[in-house]
Design a protein around this ligand. Structure first.
Ligand code: OKP
Ligand code: ZN
Length: 343
């Protein structure tokens, strides 16, 4: 299985993340990619390739133009405003205010275009986000051109990014951009299976009223886990998308047998849908020692579900989302990909 990777993903090097009421060094860090690369190279998975630049058109097919412009100019605007730290949202158009006017000041704009406060923007964020979606697009094209699976080593992740909001370490929704690109290439049905510990609220929002993308997510129950305000089981899609959004919220402490039961249900639904492409939003923060998550998967479980996913027999692209147990992230990612290939 080919991997797509770009050194430009490492241009995202923020120094701060708001966590537990403190500013900490971000969990979503460049070392994640370095360690995955090290494990990929030591494995028998195959070549690592660089994507070409696709430009912003595939991004505009999914995200709002004002939002993209905001991301492109945020760092400079923050510097011009003379603010000392990293651009960080701190105020929102909450339920008791108006959300129909976009502020001119960068501090206000940040609140308008953000869905959470933990994610700071840095000088290289926009360039890294572009590299990340290029990786997703190149991996998807490779799968569609060669009928063989591929892995996109995306960073920053994408599944929390909504059509016009960033947060949860995500800026461009790589999986959504890849799915829309596949449809624009002529496909008529794409399934996105999100196995990251956190609900893929952005992906759900982008395709909520559509039946050409089936979205399924296994995640920590939003009553107990970020992003807290989306991801319940009664969110099943709207309009022509009714029935094409499937959430499997699972409780804190969920172990592999329980998680796997939900996976089998999701796989059943995917099989019934008969997609022409399966995109796996691959977060390995379901790992038992992940520092910010609460499921109990062991390293060998990743190989097991990789093997199970292969039973669907679908053209499949894996796109990296989360996973913050940095020392073990490489091993766990390679186990999924290896399991899939060896099945
Ligand atoms: C990104 B991905 C707020 C906690 C915020 C953000 C988690 C982002 C996860 N107190 N935590 O889905 O792995
Ligand atoms: Zn996650």
């Amino acid at each position: 299985m080919l991997t797509f990777h770009s050194p430009d993903t490492q241009l995202r090097q923020p120094v701060s993340e708001l966590h537990g009421g403190e500013m900490v060094s971000p969990f979503e860090c460049p070392a994640r990619v370095e360690i995955i690369l090290r494990h990929l190279r030591a494995s028998s998975l195959g070549e690592i390739r660089a994507p070409h630049a696709y430009g912003l058109d595939p991004v505009l097919a999914v995200h709002d133009r004002g939002y993209i412009d905001f991301l492109a100019g945020c760092w400079d605007a923050w510097q011009s405003a003379g603010l000392p730290g990293e651009p960080t949202p701190s105020v929102w158009p909450s339920r008791c205010m108006r959300g129909d006017r976009i502020p001119e000041h960068i501090d206000g704009k940040l609140g308008y275009y953000a869905l959470a406060a933990e994610t700071a923007i840095c000088a290289g964020t926009f360039a890294a986000a572009q590299a990340s979606k290029d990786i997703a697009l190149a991996a998807t094209d490779h799968v569609l051109d060669n009928a063989t699976p591929a892995f996109g080593l995306c960073r920053p992740p994408g599944h929390h990014a909504a059509s016009d909001q960033f947060g949860g370490y995500c800026f461009f929704n790589n999986a959504a951009i890849a799915a829309q690109h596949a449809l624009d290439r002529g496909l008529s049905r794409v399934a996105i299976l999100d196995v990251d510990y956190h609900h893929g609220n952005g992906t759900q929002q982008i395709f909520y009223d559509r039946d050409d993308v089936l979205f399924l997510s296994l995640h920590g129950d939003p009553l107990e886990a970020f992003p807290y305000f989306l991801g319940h089981a009664d969110e099943t899609g709207s309009g022509s998308g009714a029935g094409y959004n499937v959430n499997y919220p699972l409780p804190t402490g969920t172990d592999y047998p329980r998680w796997c039961q939900a996976l089998e249900q999701a796989m059943q639904r995917i099989g019934d849908y008969r997609p022409e492409l399966l995109i796996v939003s691959l977060g390995v923060d379901t790992y038992e020692h992940d520092p910010i998550s609460a499921f109990k998967l062991a390293s060998d479980d990743f190989g097991d579900y990789g093997r199970r996913l292969a039973q669907l027999g679908l053209p499949t692209v894996f796109l990296l989302e989360g996973g913050y147990a940095v020392e073990e992230i490489g091993r766990n990612v390679v186990k999924v990909l290896h399991g899939f290939e060896s099945a």
